[in-house]
Ligand binder design. Structure first.
Ligand SMILES: NC(=O)c1ccc[n+]([C@@H]2O[C@H](COP(=O)([O-])OP(=O)(O)OC[C@H]3O[C@@H](n4cnc5c(N)ncnc54)[C@H](O)[C@@H]3O)[C@@H](O)[C@H]2O)c1
Ligand SMILES: O=P(O)(O)OC[C@@H](O)[C@@H](O)[C@H](O)[C@H](O)CO
Length: 385
């Protein structure tokens, strides 16, 4: 069995690749970072180090990497003959890999079992997005090739921090992981991924994950950055920040209960586990990694505006989520292109244009005025500087 995984970065090597290896797949990583591709091809194995309570080392073997920028036709050929394709490139990069998958479907033996495609990104229905991009790339050929692949949305959860430059291909991760995958698209032939679980309805899983793990993580990062703290575990050790994070997560949990009927006690336990994971002192995770790309994180269906908008529509509280958005607006990392762009927008466009452009909220939305207030406050702060 063969799997092609796009994006040999932190989660790609430290989680998706690891579980595919455990499932018995020969692994082909595809990436555009030449030094990373070379480093992967220079070794026969790499180690995933789990740090923290119960952590262990696992050695991954049976892989190679292809630079898709330099050798796109090699990647197309590998995908055409693969059983599984996964991605962990970031939701905004899916459109760049879609043409390769579209070309591979055109090349694929029509009598072969369908290629099983799963995007493993932090976004709602990322695989649907990838499928739409592949359809667009295939153009008129799509109808003829679409039956050669099946597409399943997934929710992946494991904290994999940025790796030190001297780590080589090895990856340091937390011990916890969860991978929920839609069952229906595979019929009677799901991929063999030990540790993953297949579910009938992914929406509660992906929303519980994105609106708890990622909302809480980002809230920690943005308040931590504002307080001049580097590490996520240190930020949560600050009582005031921990209280802000808990308050934001109580709001998202209330929404998850109202929307999906998730039990209150179960969500309280889920939140406690997550906060414990963030506090893992052995995990060298930073506010800069977790806060990266603040404009993506502040967009309409993401970890802040997504749950806050639905909560506001239901008359549920949103104050803590809006406060966290205020902290996100102050995230100022010169090394992050979106942070730089956001600070520039805050300085140059009017408050209503900014709310609409960044959050996608219309003026009539019940969340609009609260978000407008934190944007205006941030603009006032910048004007005073
Ligand atoms: N790190 C985590 O804790 C974690 C956990 C769950 C989900 N995720 C999600 O996984 C995705 C990747 O995150 P990450 O932390 O591994 O980031 P990362 O930056 O470590 O890895 C992304 C990789 O994608 C590669 N890439 C960029 N463009 C590409 C292209 N066109 N083709 C092939 N490869 C390309 C990059 O070179 C990089 O190696 C994101 O969507 C993220 O939200 C991350
Ligand atoms: O990857 P992002 O930028 O969407 O979010 C940053 C972190 O919150 C994220 O990578 C988490 O570590 C991960 O989602 C845990 O499963």
């Amino acid at each position: 069995m063969k799997a092609v995984h796009f994006g040999a970065g932190n989660i790609g090597r430290g989680f998706v690749g690891l579980l595919l290896h455990d499932g018995g797949y020969d692994l082909v990583f595809s990436d555009v970072a030449a030094p990373l591709v070379d480093a992967i091809n220079a070794v026969d194995s790499y180690t995933v180090h789990e740090v923290g309570d119960g952590g262990r080392d696992t050695v991954v073997t049976g892989f190679r990497a292809i630079n898709s920028a330099e050798h796109p036709s090699d990647v197309v050929e590998q995908v055409a003959g693969a059983d599984v394709v996964t991605t962990a490139v970031g939701p905004t990069v899916l459109r760049f890999i879609a043409p390769l998958i579209a070309d591979a479907l055109a090349l694929r033996d029509p009598s072969a079992p369908p290629l099983q495609v799963m995007a493993c990104e932090n976004a709602i229905n990322a695989t649907d997005l990838l499928q739409a991009e592949i359809a667009q790339a295939a153009g008129d050929a799509w109808e003829a090739v679409r039956s050669r692949a099946v597409f399943a949305n997934t929710a992946v959860d494991r904290i994999v921090p940025a790796q030190p430059a001297d780590a080589g291909v090895d990856v340091t991760v937390e011990p916890f992981f969860e991978w929920a995958i839609e069952r229906a698209p595979f019929g009677v032939n799901p991929p063999h991924i030990p540790g993953a679980h297949f579910v009938n309805d992914l929406q509660p899983y992906i929303e519980r994950k994105l609106f708890t793990v990622n909302t809480g993580h980002a809230t920690t990062a943005y308040f931590g950055a504002q307080a001049g703290i580097e590490r996520i575990s240190d930020a949560l050790a600050d009582d005031a920040i921990a209280a802000q994070v808990s308050a934001a997560l109580e709001e998202t949990s209330a929404l998850l209960t109202a929307k999906h009927g998730l039990p209150v006690a179960e969500l309280a336990e889920y939140r406690a586990t997550i906060l414990q994971r963030f506090r893992n002192p052995a995990l060298p995770d930073t506010v800069w990694r977790v806060g990266r790309q603040p404009m993506r994180k502040l967009s309409r269906h993401e970890r802040f505006v997504g749950p806050a908008a639905e909560a506001a529509e239901r008359g549920l509280p949103v104050d803590a989520l809006v406060a966290a958005m205020g902290a996100a607006l102050a995230f100022d990392d010169p090394a992050d292109a979106q942070s730089v762009a956001l600070q520039q927008l805050l300085r140059t466009i009017d408050v209503d244009s900014l709310v609409t452009e960044v959050t996608g909220l219309g003026e009539a939305h019940p969340l609009y005025s609260a978000v407008r207030e934190v944007v205006a406050a941030r603009q006032d702060d910048l004007a005073d500087d």
